[in-house]
Each structure stands twice: as C-alpha cells, then as structure tokens.
Design a protein around this ligand. Structure first.
Ligand SMILES: [Zn+2]
Length: 207
C-alpha cells in the first residue's frame, strides 16, 4: 500500500497561483496523484516515473456512467500523438465518476482502482494494466456549474496523468501554459481544455 496521507493541495504547488485566484472562495485542484511531489517551478512537462508498456492504451468507461461521453471526448483530445488511446473492455485504465462533493478538493483524480486515493501501482516503471482509474467528482463539478467543455478539460487532464505526466506549474511568471497545470479555474481562464504543445511533447517523449 502506498501512503496517500499527504499534504493537502493548498500546501502543494501554490506558488504558481495568483493572489486573485488564491483569494477565491475555493480553489479546485485537479489533482491527482498527490503523493507525487510537484516539480519545483517547472515550465516544461514533468513525468510521474511510470508509463504503460505499450503505445496502444485502452480505456473503458461504460455508457451507463454519466461521465462516459466526457471520457470519450477527453481521450479524443489526445489523438494524433505517439500514444494511441482507444476504448476497450480489456482496459489499461478505467474512467468513472463519483459524488464526493466538497468533502475533497479535487474535481478529478487518478488513483489505484478500487481505492479512495491510493497512487496507482507501478512496477519497474510500468503501470499495472487494469489497476488504475480516473475519476471525476461529478457533484462538485455540478455544484460549481462546470460546463461540458470544462468537464472534458478536467477529464483530459486526468488522462494526462494516466499517460504518466505530472503537473506543470506554468510559466516562470505563473501563467498556465499546459493542460497539466493543476488548477481548473486558471486553466479555464486561459482557455485550456485539452493538451497543449508541452503536454503533447511530454506524451510523445513517454511513448
Ligand atoms: Zn492533476
């Protein structure tokens, strides 16, 4: 079991957050993988140290799930790159949703499947097939009036983690310039709902 009792998001990666945003009532962090430290002042992609053992990566989000079309759209946003995402019941990672509301600070998370927050298993630098799930906090996003586009953006961010990308804390002056920037509101302000150049570079470098 990997320890997931880690510092809350407010103690992680806050340097890149503007005072304006930081003063907002709530900062939603599209987290993830909180046990992985944020790279200090990164302005290029960072990686989690784990990847799939294939470029042909399968995800699965059954159609009864509210988030199913969101995951499909988000996967499509990663198209045209070296890693190829496709839907299959013989999946590497599973896409789902749950209603955690504001009992957690994340709108999306990438975690070990079947757990509340554990980091996905990684052995010899490879994720365990079927052992990961990406999750949207559906009720929190609803309460914050997230649009479909914004939900898709959160899902695309989590898929970035599933591929093996860590957070990108933005430019040296703190502006988000990548999908892997950790805070939803700032990404939305900058019109980032899918992978940008840096994210694509990272994905291609990993596979
Ligand atoms: Zn994240």
């Amino acid at each position: 079991m990997i320890d997931t009792q880690v510092a809350p998001p407010t103690l992680v990666c806050m340097k890149a957050v503007s005072k304006k945003i930081a003063s907002a009532i709530m900062i939603i962090m599209t987290l993830s993988l909180m046990s992985f430290p944020c790279a200090p002042q990164a302005n290029a992609y960072s990686t989690l140290g784990c990847v799939w053992d294939t470029k042909n990566i399968k995800y699965y989000s059954p159609s009864p799930l509210s988030s199913s079309p969101v995951w499909a759209n988000a996967a499509g946003r990663w198209s045209g790159l070296d890693p190829k995402l496709a839907s299959s019941s013989s999946y590497h990672f599973y896409g789902t949703n749950e209603n955690r509301g504001n009992t957690v600070s994340w709108s999306g998370v990438t975690r070990k499947k079947g757990t509340t927050q554990s980091v996905p298993e990684c052995s010899n630098g490879k994720w365990k097939k079927g052992g990961m799930e990406v999750v949207l906090n559906w009720s929190l996003m609803s309460s914050l009036n997230y649009t479909t586009q914004q939900r898709q953006g959160v899902a695309a961010h989590e898929i970035g983690h599933a591929l093996g990308l860590a957070h990108n804390t933005g430019t040296t002056t703190g502006e988000p310039n990548a999908l892997m920037y950790p805070y939803d509101a700032r990404r939305f302000d900058w019109g980032i709902f899918g992978p940008k150049k840096d994210d694509k570079n990272g994905a291609n470098a990993l596979y």
